[in-house]
Write a protein that binds this ligand. Structure first.
Ligand SMILES: [Zn+2]
Length: 368
């Protein structure tokens, strides 16, 4: 109903109020500008937004992978898709395998090369992505070969990450890690013939399996020193900020003195309820929202609107006809209530999985 308060609807649907949403977007814009090196904190007015948010969420101060667009115009190494013909090499071929892994405990990269005796399990932070781990895997492998002064070989670097290989074929990048990887590959290509090859993961290839195992070991290792070990993906900022907005929304909801009816049904923000509500069709959604907010065509609300004369319950004529009365207390509909809703003590309990509530009201037929 058009009288339903916005605050109540925002709480039911877990949509942050406009002022919180705008703050989140503005902080994100500031973080983006900072990543591009364009942010100036003058400590006056709106530029204080970042320091305020970092106070609340210190991770926002972590360096991120996003950078200004860089052009990659020369490339001395090759990137080959699976099945691509390998050059008939007149030199010895070295096969290197790299892989990345992410588990609940962290991310890690694995590098394996039997010819050069390279077995590296490199743990990365908890907040990094698989893409980043795969990318760092290749960079680490290249640096290990540079340190061993490998010269005059054909080197095949095998990775199962199509995304990273694709990023390395592009002419622009906004990722620091991809840029580092490119620079390392250029250095190795000066005195070697380097090819990046895509191989299907978990396909019985011994080298890939060994790299995968190393990456998984690395992901479960604890990293030395504080996070972040490598720059975090920009999307992490988004997740943190969004969680923070939701927390602020919860606090706001718990403090509000309005929407008493809604607060009885939804005492704390409940994303699971929101998901269930959004799966309902419009008439059902209208019923449930009416029950939660009290803004529905029952006598109490209709009499406030001046549509009926009496706010009294049509079943018992004893007290006001509100959703709380009908669903929890009214003796006039006790049998039907017991059949559909059981014996709920609170409005929150009566919501249940919404099925009982909907069948109860459709049997009563009072809302039509
Ligand atoms: Zn009654």
């Amino acid at each position: 109903m058009s009288t339903t308060p916005t605050t109540a609807l925002e709480a039911i649907l877990c949509i942050p109020p406009l002022h919180l949403h705008i703050k989140e977007e503005a902080t994100l814009a500031a973080l983006r500008l900072r990543a591009y090196g364009l942010w100036k904190d003058t400590n006056i007015g709106h530029t204080r937004i970042l320091s305020k948010e970092i106070n609340k969420c210190p991770q926002l101060d972590w360096i991120c992978d996003k950078t200004r667009k860089h052009y990659v115009l020369d490339r001395h190494y090759k990137v080959a898709a699976e099945g691509g013909k390998t050059d008939k090499a007149d030199t010895v071929v070295i096969e290197v395998y790299t892989d990345g892994s992410k588990t609940n405990s962290g991310t890690g990269a694995g590098i394996y090369c039997p010819e050069l005796n390279i077995n590296i399990a490199q743990p990365l932070g908890k907040n990094n992505s698989v893409f980043q781990a795969e990318c760092v895997g290749i960079t680490t492998a290249v640096i290990a070969m540079l340190n061993r002064k490998v010269k005059g070989f054909s080197i095949n670097i095998n990775s199962d990450s199509q995304a990273v290989l694709k990023a390395l074929t592009k002419h622009t990048t906004t990722s620091k890690l991809i840029l580092d990887c490119h620079k390392a590959l250029q250095a190795l290509s000066k005195s070697n013939r380097v090819t990046l090859k895509w191989i299907r993961g978990h396909n019985g290839n011994r080298g890939n399996d060994a790299a995968d195992e190393l990456a998984r070991q690395a992901a479960s290792l604890r990293v030395a020193g504080p996070e972040p070990i490598i720059p975090i993906p920009f999307t992490e900022y988004k997740t943190w900020l969004h969680n923070q907005t939701q927390t602020s929304h919860s606090v706001l909801w718990s403090k509000t003195k309005e929407c008493k009816h809604t607060k009885e049904a939804v005492p704390v923000l409940n994303p699971r309820l929101t998901t269930k509500l959004l799966q309902l069709n419009r008439p059902k959604l209208r019923t449930v929202v009416g029950m939660i907010t009290g803004h529905c065509p029952l006598n109490k609300h209709l009499s406030i609107l001046g549509i009926t004369d009496s706010p009294l319950c049509r079943a018992c004529m004893e007290t006001e006809e509100t959703p709380i009365h009908v669903m929890l207390q009214c003796n006039g509909v006790a049998d039907k209530r017991a059949a559909h809703l059981g014996s709920s003590a609170t409005l929150h309990e009566a919501l249940g999985d919404l099925g009982g509530l909907l069948s109860f009201w459709s049997e009563l037929g009072w809302l039509e």
